[in-house]
Design a protein around this ligand. Structure first.
Ligand SMILES: Nc1ncnc2c1ncn2[C@@H]1O[C@H](COP(=O)(O)OP(=O)(O)O)[C@@H](O)[C@H]1O
Ligand SMILES: [Mg+2]
Length: 203
């Protein structure tokens, strides 16, 4: 196993699983939390992530296949997705940027119309796999998602485009119109996101 990334919550290592390239996401203990609480939180997030990766795929969204889940280690072994994070490539000189954004809008419409929220929707949690966009990191998602959860997704994504990708902020319009085209309930979600922005929460 080779460590790829060590974030605040989890460690990512590459490995192989039945001869397939795989990645292991292990949720790390947080020493400042009560041990019992820490264990149950890590357990809950691991289970939730594995479940939502699967539910999202059933909804027609590209996500990594879950190969294995270990409730003692709090780890998920999943398909290794080849490609850069969208965050690192989305810019003026990215070929097909508009198409990619329309695909994100479609993916999000499929998620939301199946009652799933992502919870941490930024371009760091999207991998550009050839011309497709794969969504990862669902541990803060919900199913069934509340109206607020759905609004937060749009709010966070809009904020990511306005800050990390401000030179291509207008691409968010393509994303949003694709989202609205494919999600009948989308207008209400965008209204909720506007509301959240006005309240100045989640900033
Ligand atoms: N299935 C995967 N295939 C390839 N890279 C991945 C995969 N899952 C995670 N990564 C890489 O590891 C990073 C962190 O994983 P992520 O699930 O987003 O955890 P965190 O909660 O720490 O943000 C991602 O930004 C991505 O670069
Ligand atoms: Mg992440």
């Amino acid at each position: 196993m080779r460590t790829i990334e060590r974030g605040a919550e989890a460690m990512l290592s590459s490995t192989d699983y039945l001869d397939m390239d795989a990645i292991v996401k292990t949720r790390l203990p947080k020493r400042y939390r009560d041990a019992e609480l820490d264990r149950s939180l890590r357990n809950a997030r691991t289970r939730k992530e594995a479940r939502l990766l699967r539910e999202a795929r059933i909804a027609g969204v590209r996500t990594p296949y879950v190969y294995d889940i270990d409730m003692h280690e709090d780890s998920i072994t999943m398909e290794f997705i080849r490609g850069p994070k969208l965050r690192d490539v989305l810019g003026r000189d990215m070929p097909g940027a508009r198409t990619a954004c329309e695909k994100i809008g479609l993916a999000l419409a499929r998620l939301h119309s199946s009652g799933i929220s992502h919870g941490d929707l930024t371009t760091s949690n999207m991998i550009l796999e050839g011309e497709e966009v794969c969504l990862i990191d669902f541990s803060l998602g919900n199913m069934p998602a509340s109206d607020e959860d759905l609004g937060v997704d749009i709010h966070l994504l809009r904020r990511a485009f306005m800050s990390a990708h401000s030179e291509v902020a207008e691409l968010f319009d393509s994303l949003l119109s694709s989202y609205l085209r494919h999600n009948p309930g989308g207008k209400a979600v965008v209204a909720k996101a506007d509301d959240i922005q006005k309240r100045g929460r989640y900033t």
